[in-house]
Design a binder for this molecule. Structure first.
Ligand code: IMP
Length: 193
């Protein structure tokens, strides 16, 4: 088994979620800063996987360890899939929920379906693997809860928002959790005894 890999991010929430899920493998997940990489490539891919690939390659060029990168976002059916790959840039930081609620103020309850997608790319020397996870739900009419990040307070699964769930509960149903569990199985098969 490898003992370390680098996640191409400095986002504390993404790192925490990856560390929680991969910890049983005994792999230490370093942030790109901890690994000594300094880059912020333009995420101009057309898909989540393309953007994850851009981030992974930028960090892999600066470190000698295996690298994972994720790209994720929220796709709202009534908005034609937006904000999608532009989820981090459509609204100012900290105003994602209010911005989205405002854009959806005239959309009725039965047309507020949405999903989160997360694509993870793994790079190790020459080899490449990609994993994908989805979390289906709907956009509420108000922000609820204080856990999580980004659009969690307006993303409803059943009658609760993701921000009202514990980290473990969110991981068990989230897009990133699903993609990370696929990565977990891949790492176990590839490097396990
Ligand atoms: P990126 O993957 O860092 O390019 O950014 C994805 C953006 O999508 C984040 O900045 C959030 O706004 C949103 N997003 C992705 N995953 C989640 C999640 O689990 N909860 C809430 N918002 C998310």
């Amino acid at each position: 088994m490898i003992t370390k890999l680098v996640m191409a991010t400095n986002n504390a929430n993404k790192l925490r979620e990856a560390r929680e899920i991969l910890s049983p493998l005994g792999i230490e997940v370093l942030s790109q800063r901890e690994a000594g990489a300094d880059c912020d490539p333009e995420e101009n891919g057309a898909t989540f996987e393309e953007n994850a690939d851009i981030k992974a390659k930028a960090v892999a060029a600066q470190v000698k360890l295996p690298v994972i990168a994720d790209d994720s976002g929220l796709c709202v059916e009534a908005l034609g899939g937006r904000p999608g790959v532009f989820s981090a840039r459509t609204y100012p930081a900290g105003e994602e929920c209010s911005g989205l609620l405002n854009d959806m103020r005239d959309i009725p309850e039965n047309d507020r379906g949405a999903y989160f997608e997360c694509d993870i790319v793994f790079l190790d020397g020459e080899s490449y693997a990609a994993f994908s996870g989805r979390c289906s739900g709907s956009i509420g009419f108000e922000s609820r809860g204080t856990n999580g990040f980004g659009y969690d307070p307006v993303f409803m699964v059943g009658d609760r928002s993701l921000a009202e769930m514990s980290a473990d509960e969110k991981n068990s149903i989230s897009h990133r959790g699903a993609a990370l569990r696929e990565l977990y199985r891949f790492l176990e098969e590839r490097y396990g005894e």
